[in-house]
Design a binder for this molecule. Sequence first.
Ligand code: NDP
Length: 273
Amino acid sequence: MDRYAVFGHPIKHSKSPLIHARFAEQTGQQLSYEAILAPLDGFTESVDQFRSAGGQGANVTLPFKQQAAALCDSLSERARLAGAVNTLHWQGDKLCGDNTDGEGLVRDLLKHKVALAGKRVLVLGAGGAVRGVIPELMAAQVGELVIANRTAAKARELAALFHHLGQVQGGGFDEVQGAFDLIINGTSASLSAALPPLKPEMLADGGCCYDMAYGDKPTVFQLWAADAGADVNLAGLGMLVEQAAVSFEIWRGVSPSTDEVYDLLMAQLGEAK
Ligand code: NDP
């Protein structure tokens, strides 16, 4: 049976084995998918062992996404731009890396009828996740993208890195000006129930909000978005399932149905409350 896995540290919490098992069942693909706890100083060795044992492809999560990019023999353009890889596969002896996080986010936004082309978009945060999604947001022809981060210098660095893709600016939260059609929270603040310093006037009339984090109840950012009058107010579970579907397509050449898996995970989150 073809073997796939996700590498991370920690990894116990990962929903990827469940997601890919469902995708395989739906599409009639014979494969196994396991979670592998790679030692913090042993990512490369873990990947090598997995390949020697017949591994065909893998996902990579925190904290190894940048290390994975460095390990690959070839990178997709979006993985090269992001400097981070979440999907590996082998072509013969060659290790190929891609980054499906951005496509996952864009698919989820478009699925919920959130328009991107020509829109003014504010992205909060300048960590690994934001780095991964900017190339795809720009490819979706966002009109203007502003990156705001607690550490302003990091937002400026990212803006400079992606400036060639279009109108991208970066700075601190206090430098944000005007109203946005879409505000994406790519900080990890929601995980500790914290909220970046936002003002309701930053959200345009009919504007939408997306928190890349998710939980068993609305995040603090989603609560803020509801108060600010967001037209569409989403959290990152959809992105998680969509990015997994893109990985599955890369490995198996077939498209699974994401709705069924999303509903299953939502039901599990509800039970965990
Ligand atoms: P990183 O650790 O790389 O970056 C964290 C970012 O959050 C930094 O920009 C940091 O700012 C900012 N931050 C942290 N705490 C606060 C706070 N209290 N107030 C304001 N800003 C804060 O994390 P990732 O980029 O990997 O992940 C970011 C989020 O995206 C997480 O919630 C993660 O769960 C989610 N995610 C979701 C995915 C999905 O599929 N749904 C996929 C990947 C990530 P500073 O630079 O100043 O430290």
